[in-house]
Design a protein around this ligand. Structure first.
Ligand SMILES: Cc1cc2nc3c(=O)[nH]c(=O)nc-3n(C[C@H](O)[C@H](O)[C@H](O)COP(=O)(O)OP(=O)(O)OC[C@H]3O[C@@H](n4cnc5c(N)ncnc54)[C@H](O)[C@@H]3O)c2cc1C
Length: 634
């Protein structure tokens, strides 16, 4: 039994025994009582073989829960949402306990293979990507950072798939968002980009004084090396840094289960079934129409369900491409060797992109007094536990001061950890991340009596591509996921450039004062190289690579992709894909908000295609009246 299982059992105990006075006291103390409320998730609809619905949505994640809930607004449509997992546990609901979900039963924990000679700090040649297996999908297990990408991302999508321009997608971002950060709404430059009326809570809780001081130290240091301090990074200006926004509010994660499924759970035409694993989409080979799905129930029974209008796949970038291939939609060269008849030969599983992450460890202030920030973590369980800064930089390019005219290359996350967290770091490094011993020792050693900054640099627009394939025709087998980092060497060059840029931070006022230095880590494969040379850093990049868990693109939109701009699978009727897999290119930022946006837009496209009314695209009317005057600026 591993740590996560024990932790989730413990949290489950708390959930079931909330009336126990001791537990009540503890929960009150931590201000977490709302977070462990078990009430409110939809009950599971009992399915029987042969049942018919108008729409069957597969996967209740960021895309699936969003599109299904919106479709159920049409009262005469019977909408079924099928989810392989169950309810989110307290470890999901409490914002800072997502770590307990990793490698647990709430995590798909896919085997994601690194190419030989890359990522040598990973003990078994695999990188952790994860994926939530519960209502809300990965929006129930992610780190809750809220980022929407840059306007230029969507102008590029729009060239490939018309209708995805920035003005249109901004309408859907605003439709989903309920921001509670009034510092942003009071700033007329940024307020235009936000909304206070959507279902997904977005907040930026104020941390304790100590953490706020750390935020300032890091953001001021970054400013000294040219990274502009911004009020936020989802507003009119994006190149720069700020404290991030999160998808939670008042101590409770705002997953799509929370935002879209709890409020709609009593709709009579909306059916949600948990622990229902779809194994195949049924397609009539003569009409090329999808007419239903095969579902494996926890009893072991496999039933057939029928869709009168459409089947919608929202099983995630890995899960959806696997299901399509199992159903005969995919590259013939992958399907034929497995004796799967190819109904239509499409590039399913290709074009896999992920935001890779490189970490620089900076040794900061010496002394055990810095451990106080670790001791404060329990007081911040309903917020983010560790001081975190977020930013975007663009290297070798002049940055634009004009709103909407910025496309960053790199995202930054800085995590400050006080001294003495070395044992926890070692545990996380070895047991959770499964990295090799020497590397983990060298990281934790840096932290024994010094605070450290983990400066994470994320490549936003990788040129490399991986591929999802099938290992077998058995739906219960994991697919083969080749993540493909550094298949294009330009990705190495930009990360080396970024490291050299970020290392300049140790020369800034705060870091100079505390005698900061970049920690020299033990990196397998790089020992013989002269430390600090470009050759060394290239080796460091290739071998210390990790994932930010943002796989996209395996069922990309576009004429050469898998779906068209209205997310309909090419050559097949009655079948759409609505999840992160349809993104033709990675956005400039985390992928949860863009996937929820896709779910919102998909629902309107489906309603339009079936002659149901939708709201007109309008970015001006979505702020509260209080802030209406801000429209004058644009
Ligand atoms: C550990 C982690 C941290 C992340 N951190 C962030 C972050 O801080 N900010 C951010 O913006 N993004 C983050 N992401 C990424 C973001 O959460 C995902 O990109 C996004 O949620 C993907 O949405 P989706 O709808 O494509 O898939 P998911 O949300 O993963 O939904 C897929 C759903 O389908 C279900 N499913 C799969 N197969 C089947 C089947 N055969 N039958 C029935 N159901 C099935 C799954 O159980 C799941 O519920 C993170 C992701 C992970 C894993």
């Amino acid at each position: 039994m591993n740590f996560n299982v024990i932790a989730n059992r413990f949290l489950g105990l708390i959930q079931n025994d909330r009336e126990n006075p001791w537990l009540k006291w503890i929960l009150r103390l931590l201000a977490l009582s709302t977070a462990v409320s078990p009430a409110g998730w939809p009950t599971s609809f009992q399915l029987k073989d042969g049942y018919k619905f108008d729409f069957i949505v597969v996967g209740a994640g960021s895309g699936g829960a969003t599109v299904a809930a919106r479709l159920s607004e049409v009262g005469h449509w019977k909408v079924l949402l099928l989810e392989a997992g169950g309810d989110p546990p307290p470890g999901s609901v409490i914002p800072s306990l997502f770590g307990t979900l990793i490698h647990s039963q709430y995590d798909w924990d896919y085997d994601v293979e690194l190419d030989e000679g890359t990522g040598q700090i990973h003990a078994d040649g695999k990188v952790y990507v994860g994926g939530g297996k519960m209502l809300g999908g990965s929006s129930s297990s992610n780190l809750e950072v809220y980022a929407r990408g840059a306007p230029e991302d969507f102008e590029e999508w729009n060239k490939i798939a018309p209708g995805w321009d920035w003005d249109t997608v901004l309408h859907y971002y605003k439709k989903l968002e309920r921001i509670t950060d009034y510092s942003i709404l009071q700033d007329p430059h940024n307020a235009y980009y936000h909304s206070t009326s959507g279902p997904v809570a977005v907040s930026r809780p104020k941390a304790n004084m100590y953490y706020e001081k750390v935020h300032d130290e890091v953001l001021n240091s970054w400013e000294e090396i040219g990274i502009k301090r911004l009020p936020e990074t989802n507003g009119y200006e994006m190149i720069g840094a700020s404290k991030p926004h999160f998808t939670f509010s008042k101590g409770r994660r705002s997953s799509t289960a929370e935002a879209y499924l709890r409020p709609t759970k009593d709709r009579p035409n909306f059916y949600v079934t948990k622990f229902a694993r779809v194994t195949k989409v049924l397609i009539d080979p003569s009409t090329l129409r999808a007419y239903g799905v095969k579902v494996l129930l926890p009893t072991g029974e496999i039933i057939t369900l029928y869709a009168n209008i459409e089947v919608i796949l929202s099983a995630g970038t890995i899960g959806t491409s696997k299901l399509l291939m199992l159903s005969g939609i995919g590259p013939r060269e992958v399907l034929s060797p497995l004796n799967i008849d190819t109904i239509t030969d499409l590039p399913v599983g290709k074009n896999l992109q992920d935001h890779l992450l490189i970490t620089l460890v900076i040794k900061g202030q010496k002394g055990f007094q810095t451990a106080v920030q670790n001791l404060l973590i329990p007081t911040e369980l309903d917020a983010f536990p560790i001081p975190l800064q977020n930013g975007f930089i663009r290297l070798n390019s002049s940055t634009s001061q004009y709103y909407g005219k910025t496309k960053p290359h790199i995202q930054l996350f800085n995590l400050r950890i006080g001294a003495t967290a070395a044992p926890a770091l070692l545990f996380g490094c070895r047991v959770v991340a499964n990295l090799v011993q020497d590397y983990c020792y060298s990281v934790s050693k840096a932290n024994v009596y010094r605070e450290i900054d983990l400066t994470n640099m994320i490549l936003l627009h990788p040129k490399s591509r991986g591929q999802v394939k099938l290992r077998s025709s058995n739906p219960l087998d994991d697919p083969l996921v080749e993540i493909g980092y550094f298949r294009n060497v330009k990705d190495i060059a930009i990360m080396v450039e970024t490291i050299k840029y970020m290392m300049r931070v140790v020369e800034t006022s705060y870091y100079r004062k505390v005698g900061a230095e970049v920690a020299r880590l033990s990196v397998k494969g790089c020992d013989g190289l002269a430390y600090g040379t470009d050759e060394y850093w290239a080796c460091y990049v290739v071998n210390t690579v990790s994932s930010l868990a943002h796989p996209v693109g395996t069922c990309a939109m576009g004429p050469d992709g898998v779906v068209d701009e209205r997310l309909r699978v090419h050559n097949i009727k009655g079948l759409r894909v609505v999840d992160a897999s349809v993104m033709p290119l990675s956005p400039s930022g985390n992928t949860n908000a863009p996937t929820m946006m896709i779910g919102e837009k998909a629902a309107d496209m489906i309603k339009e295609d079936h002659n149901e009314p939708t709201e007109p695209i309008n970015n001006k009317d979505q702020n509260t009246n209080e802030y209406e005057q801000i429209d004058d600026y644009y």
